[in-house]
Design a protein. Sequence first.
Length: 288
Amino acid sequence: MNLADLTMLAVRVSIVLTVFAFALKASPQDAIYLFRRPRQLARSLLSMNVVMPVFAAVLIAAFDLHPAVKVAIGALSVSPLPPVLPKTELMAGGKESYTIGLLAAAALLAIVWVPLALEALGRIFSIPLALSPGAIAMIVLMTVLAPLAAGIAVHSVAPAFADRIAAPVSLVAMIMLAAAIVPVLFTQFPAIWSLIGNGTIAGLAGFVVVGLAVGHLLGGPELEDRTVLALSTSSRHPGVAAGIAQAIFPEQKLALAAVLLYVLVGGVVSVPYIIWIRRRRAAAPRAV
């Protein structure tokens, strides 16, 4: 096993542990939260799975971006939520039940949605896919649904034990992810740097800003729900996006660098929104 394989293994294990730690504080009712609220589920899916792919198509067609960036934006628009996102959403003040419910619903529906999106992209570009839809579904199953179900099960059977181990498991996951990601960013930095210019940063930032705005508008009347949907709409699973990009356009060697650049840009662009949300929450009158 070479260094690249070890890095990918560490990333996947850290993602599994992150979702597991997050789910250790969740209940089965949290997981089915959105399935009991079909209108809110429909708004969430409209925001993430309809508006963003349409905007990505407009962005790709309207601007003369680097081909690798176009491929990355298209792949990101049909990718599921990143498993590490819920922690950010909760820290920003998102509602826990909606955060867990959206992760579960989006992951479950991604098993159907992502393969269909892949099939559509393959037909549009008349390109045979190098990555099977089943492989994408397996990634979602193993990195989101399985650890989510396991964490909820432990919480249901032994809630005190689950609460006790949640923080240590989350810490181990964070350390593993940082140890795995930093070398990848270091080795990919020349490729990432080569993409900067010609509207790349503006295009990726626009994707994130529109996602934040659309999610906030469609999130409903409660600020906590708007926060969750805004961050969920603007964020995508970088591993799945990179896999989709490689499957459709394997000749675009810079697609991975473009996806990593999106992660960096998204992290920076989301900060002002999170700060704004926290200030609004702090200024809101508290219920007595």
